[in-house]
Write a protein that binds this ligand. Structure first.
Ligand code: 6PG
Length: 251
């Protein structure tokens, strides 16, 4: 099931994403005793992370219990954790250092390894251990937050890159030629196994690609964002008017 909600601006989009995170967190910690999230990278989610840090005490059912929240990452740039491009650093600066989440509940992708493939192996092992997975099993994240690039990439699954086709791993190292950089990313099977996927899209530069992803047509090869088709989970697109104005009736 897929839904698109359009907001007047980036702030409203960010607030909606934060409210969605906190609402799902309250439900999961109440119903299952744990809330497992894979955070998005890039710039779009930054404001949403800040709002979560400011409003987590105001959840209707009571403050979010951070002892029961486990944060992972959907992808990471292969840079040190204190590098300006680090997705860990973005989330740490905007959210993690401002909330009482136990350090053991924060699971960054360990980019200290010089070899991206080794990093991917390590993170795959961490996921298998945390989710207690058997051979062939996938981690069932309660929520995977994503952004989307103007080329239709999600996480670090870029069009025409090797990791996009990986089906037999949870985490893959991905050489992205156009960036001339290594990335580490969850694979598409893991994304599509999440209970809930929330994709945040803002800005006019994404309008064309978002319209294609939502409304089609979908000429082959499918874009990474077009391949997000959760099995039993839900897919929620949160967009601002700049990115999804075509959906808003004028007048
Ligand atoms: C990353 C992200 C990537 C991001 C999109 C959108 O590491 O860059 O995971 O998938 O979500 O590139 O990025 P912006 O939010 O900066 O537009």
């Amino acid at each position: 099931m897929s839904e698109l909600r359009v907001f007047p601006d980036r702030e409203a989009l960010s607030r909606a994403a934060a409210e969605t995170f906190l609402g799902l967190g309250a439900d999961a910690t109440r119903d299952f005793g744990v809330f497992t999230v894979a955070l998005a990278g890039g710039t779009t989610p930054q404001r949403a992370y800040e709002i979560i840090a400011q409003t987590w005490r105001d959840v209707p059912g009571g403050p979010l219990d951070w002892n029961r929240v486990h944060l992972f990452w959907g992808d990471e740039r292969h840079v040190p954790p204190d590098h300006p491009d680090s997705n860990y650093r973005t989330a740490n600066d905007a959210l993690i250092r401002h909330v009482p989440i136990p350090p053991r509940n924060v699971h960054p992708i360990p980019t200290e390894f010089s070899d991206a493939r080794k990093t991917a192996d390590y993170y795959e092992a961490e996921l298998r251990g945390f989710f207690q997975l058997g051979v062939g099993e996938l981690p069932h994240f309660d929520l995977i937050l994503l952004g989307m690039g103007a080329d239709g990439h999600v996480a670090s699954l870029f069009p025409e890159t090797e990791a996009l086709e990986v089906e037999d791993r949870l985490v893959a190292a991905n050489w992205v030629e156009k960036l001339e950089a290594w990335r580490i990313t969850l694979t598409m099977p893991v994304l599509n196994f999440a209970a809930r996927l929330v994709v945040m899209v803002g800005g006019s530069e994404k309008r064309e690609i978002l319209r294609r992803v939502i409304e089609g047509p979908h000429p082959p090869p499918l874009l990474p964002a077009e391949r997000i088709q959760p099995g039993s989970g839900t897919l929620l697109w949160l967009a601002d008017k700049e990115a999804a104005g075509w959906r808003v009736k004028s007048g």
